[in-house]
Design a protein around this ligand. Structure first.
Ligand SMILES: NC(=O)c1ccc[n+]([C@@H]2O[C@H](COP(=O)([O-])OP(=O)(O)OC[C@H]3O[C@@H](n4cnc5c(N)ncnc54)[C@H](O)[C@@H]3O)[C@@H](O)[C@H]2O)c1
Length: 355
């Protein structure tokens, strides 16, 4: 009998990490060790659907803790490390960049060093099959104008403390491959949305403010463009890459769903008008209110994901409209999940205006 595959997921209590863990338990035979420090962004209740599964284990630990990382790697003996733990919110990086350097740069370095030590102790066939998968963002490439797409060849040009710290981590991962031979793969993904998304991010924030009858704050004229991807489509792409991607390569992941922020907000309003109309019959769009733009707000991100499609056969299952409807229905059905967060760490206030 072959041994079950073991995957160590960092940041598995976050938005995308928890979606990956839920998918791995639901759709594969992997044993999963979730390593997460449970910062404000980590939420164990996002793992309730898998918590009792014998193939799932949770360990509260910080990726900057070299001793803990070495111990967890030695005990669990993973075939794959997928690295999602990060400080991830641009507005928070403007108000407090230090935590981004600490976790995204120093933390990634610490995890890489521990992983290299562990990998060097494996048998040659295990070394060849091992993967360190680094999850990154399209924001490392800076901003686009009206035309063009980011590809794997696009030069790095980060503009915010968040994207600069992620760019730094991407370079470290690449260096650990070229210098030490660690079999790494990297993915750079566009904006995700979906269930269990922390309520300070654009899409859940707008859904929740719609329901509360509060103004919907749109930055500037709402003209900034993002390429939106439903989170389950992202985690399927992650699986395709750590199972089939070539070591040393990076893969762009995107939904081919470019929308301006104003279109995103209008789509949420129209969907809610249809499935949960306001008591007074007015459209939720009447709550839209324009606010001063974020400092250094990148104009447009767009992804060309052809390499991932051509090499590994991945395509997104959701359109933006089908994914938004699923997301809205999840927020309507799971009010307890986000009310708990709103009553604790985060009160829906505006962040990222201190520049
Ligand atoms: N959300 C997006 O749209 C998006 C798009 C592309 C790439 N990414 C990348 O995907 C990854 C996951 O993003 P997300 O949106 O799920 O983030 P998130 O903020 O929801 O989750 C991050 C998780 O990492 C944990 N964490 C933070 N610092 C840690 C530390 N020092 N040690 C251990 N755990 C720590 C947090 O507790 C949290 O559970 C990030 O690396 C992010 O850069 C996100």
């Amino acid at each position: 009998m072959t041994e079950p595959k073991r995957i160590l997921v960092t940041g598995g209590a976050g938005f995308i990490g928890s979606a990956l863990v839920r998918l791995l338990i639901a759709e594969t035979d992997y044993e999963v060790l979730n390593v997460d420090a449970l910062t404000y962004a980590g939420n164990e209740s996002s793992l309730a659907p898998v918590a009792a599964d014998p193939r799932y284990r949770f360990e509260r630990a910080d990726i900057r803790d070299a001793v803990a990382m070495a111990r967890l790697l030695a005990d669990f003996r993973p075939h794959v490390v997928t690295h999602l733990a990060a400080e991830s919110h641009v507005d928070r990086s403007i108000d407090g960049p230090a935590a981004f350097i600490e976790t995204n740069v120093v933390g990634t370095f610490t995890l890489l060093a521990a992983t290299l030590d562990y990998w060097r102790g494996l048998a040659p066939d295990e070394q060849a099959a091992f993967r360190f998968h680094h999850i990154s963002t399209d924001e490392v490439f800076g901003a686009l104008g009206d035309e063009g797409f980011f590809t794997e060849q696009t030069a790095y040009d980060p503009r915010s403390p968040y994207s600069a710290s992620k760019a730094g981590s991407d370079h470290l991962v690449s260096a650990w491959h070229h210098t030490y031979g660690l079999p790494v793969v990297t993915t750079n993904c566009s904006n995700n949305y979906g269930p269990y998304h922390f309520p300070e991010k654009l899409i859940p924030l707008m859904i929740i403010k719609c329901l509360a009858g509060e103004p919907l704050p749109v930055y500037g004229a709402g003209a900034n463009v993002r390429d939106w991807l439903y989170v389950d489509d992202h985690v399927r792409a992650l699986r395709a890459v750590f199972e089939g991607g070539r070591p040393g390569e990076s893969y762009m992941v995107g939904g081919n769903s470019e929308r301006t922020n104003l279109t995103v907000v209008n789509t949420i309003c129209e969907t809610l008008d249809r499935i949960r109309p306001r008591a007074d019959g007015a459209s939720y769009a009447s709550q839209i209110s324009y606010v001063t733009d974020r400092p250094g707000h990148d104009f447009r991100y767009a992804i060309d994901a052809s390499k991932l499609k051509n090499e590994l056969g991945w395509t997104p299952r959701e359109t933006f409209e089908s994914g938004i409807e699923k997301t809205i229905r999840w927020y309507l059905d799971n009010e307890g999940w986000w009310q708990d967060i709103l009553s604790g760490a985060y009160a829906g206030e505006r962040l990222g205006v201190s520049a």
